[in-house]
Write a protein that binds this ligand. Sequence first.
Ligand code: F6P
Length: 359
Amino acid sequence: MLRIGMLTSGGDCQALNAAMRGIFKGITRNTTEPVEFYGFEDGYKGLMNSRFRLLTEDDFANILTVGGTILGTSRVPFKTIHDPLPDGRDKVASMKQTYYKLQLDCLVVLGGNGSVKTANLLSQEGLNIITLPKTIDNDLWGTDMTFGFQSAVDIATRCIDEIHTTASAHGRVFIVEVMGHKVGWLTLNAGIAGGADIILLPEIPYDLNNIVNVIENRDRNGKRFTIIAAAEGAISKSDAKLSKKDYQKKLEKYTFPSVSYELADQITKKTGREVRVTVPGHIQRGGAPVAYDRVFASRIGAEGAKFILKKKFGVMVGYKNREIITVPLDQVAGRLKTLDPNADIIKEAKFIGISFGDD
Ligand code: F6P
């Protein structure tokens, strides 16, 4: 008997279900051993509190195209992993207890950065763990791609597309704030795809004067509007120079909902222009996965199933140079994949006139 546990952890994204379906189909169609699948509810919380259900073929039918996760998810920040549960139990011990009680052969964790840290800890504690790279942020170290990313790029791109007509009609400056946490992959790709005039990324601090220059140049050239794709983690050059402590102090007194609103205020003050902010927010994580993510998550699921059957554990299934690979969890945990400001894609974007607000 093969017993496999599965959970989805952290912020959801498109194609989580497609990846789990890939695991299920890959395992059940390639072993003669009887298999039991245990789905833990709401991520690590389900594992800690022994909340699970047996998953059957029916659970995996018709989910390839469905967003969200059939298991539910939650965030259990890694920094709190050694804090006791409300009833005093130890989180790590509780997870191990559930794993051993069910006599699992492997636990599959679909997760991003925070979730991989916990997965790595469980792996070091002796559990057989395999992780699949999910996140719209595409910031997982060790893999070129994460599932959910391309779907989110499409949604953010559509938002920038739609803003064009209203921006043009009113002759306004629009800031579309794109998710991505501390990295700019999503904003960069959606910004280029949506034809943004300015793209602001956490990896490339901006100078307000450069942004104003672009807007005024466009005005002079008879363009009625300017579209700025700003990452939620975008940062000005002056803020980037602050020490961590001073930046924290600034944030404590911060009255804007996010960086885009602060920027909008600054642009209006400098130019007298009408500026509007659009924040698509969690819409970017919602709805059906695009075809790319369905294919990618199915491949990751299939390859994950192969590694489980081969009993290769303690790894994340990833994708490098167009090949599916595995990366040891202790190499992935705690490392962020940020954009290189000198990457070709950024040079090419600059070459075709997109400003990053840095020069
Ligand atoms: O990590 C995915 C992500 O959507 C980030 O882009 C964003 O910063 C964060 O999650 C939002 O988190 P929450 O869903 O907890 O509001």
